[in-house]
Design a protein around this ligand. Structure first.
Ligand SMILES: [Fe+2]
Ligand SMILES: [Fe+2]
Length: 141
């Protein structure tokens, strides 16, 4: 399995609440990877999926509110990406409920790629607005 998820400083927006939420999500994904590596002690998939939904939806709501507050000009587009991911995530949960199992590797690869790309390509775009409003320091990117 090649879906190891490692937190790295490149994901930092240097605004603590957001960084903490992103780290919580990536750490959650990594628990699934770690469990896959150590045979037998697989975490409860329904607990993993429950946390995934809670962390995802809490983070998106928080971030969208923040984007509105700092006047990020493409908040609507950003929120659309969130909405699509929210339904992808709910679909993973629904298909698990139906089949009582899910392809961990496929799910993990999908989640890892989406989250790391989204943080690096989409979330990074609002960093200048955090700096402008004194929420993040200048020049740490
Ligand atoms: Fe985002
Ligand atoms: Fe984010």
């Amino acid at each position: 399995m090649t879906a190891h998820v490692t937190w790295s400083d490149e994901y930092l927006l240097h605004y603590q609440p957001i960084d903490a939420q992103h780290k919580q999500l990536l750490d959650l994904l990594d628990t699934l990877y770690a469990a896959e590596k150590s045979e037998g002690s697989s975490p409860d998939a329904s607990i993993f999926l429950f946390k995934l939904v809670v962390f995802t939806e809490t983070h998106f709501a928080y971030e969208e509110r923040l984007l509105e507050l700092v006047g990020f000009p493409t908040t609507k587009k950003h929120a659309l990406y969130h909405r699509l991911m929210k339904s992808e995530t709910r679909e993973i949960v629904q298909s698990f409920r139906k089949r009582r199992s899910f392809d961990r590797e496929e799910v993990l690869l999908f989640l890892r790629d989406w989250w790391t790309n989204h943080i690096l390509k989409e979330d990074m775009q609002y960093r200048p607005f955090l700096v402008q409003h004194g929420l993040a320091p200048e020049g740490s990117d």
